[in-house]
Design a protein around this ligand. Sequence first.
Ligand SMILES: [Ca+2]
Length: 180
Amino acid sequence: MEKDVGLDVSALDTALGDLEDSDSTSDIAETDIEAEDGIELNVIEDVVDEDRSNMAKASIKYHFFSMKKRFRDAEIYCQNRFNNGHLAALTSASINNQLATLVCRQYGQCTRTFVGGERLKGTRFKWTDGSAWKYTNWRPKEPNNLTLNENCIEIFYKGDSRWNDVRCYVKKSFICSYRA
Ligand SMILES: [Ca+2]
């Protein structure tokens, strides 16, 4: 019986040691600073090349910005900030899922976020970076174009990484992409 107690104590020591190590990195403060200046999202490159043939062999980088802008202002911000910059095109399930997971993990919350999809006409949409419109990932009953006024695409409506058409002039966080 005494032996069992001894084992428990040693396990507790190990757990406390791990806790102290992770506290010393002060993750929270660093994340707050990065959020102001964009958070780099490292999507696996092979997948990007495979799915975006019009940008073949280009190394595509993604940055999440927590600051909120209207869709058009966010697109212009991406263009000005990065060479060949645009709002991000979600052209495959892999890119969609990787970006969504990275934003939630690295920013710490799945906040409503513009990506680069905008309505052309009716049910036709395009990506602002010129990527082909092939893959779609709408939430159930979307795009519903509520009050015929939802011409831009967001992710994380109700925390869902699938897409919602939404008003372009309501300010939101956004993801830029560009060729490195
Ligand atoms: Ca909608």
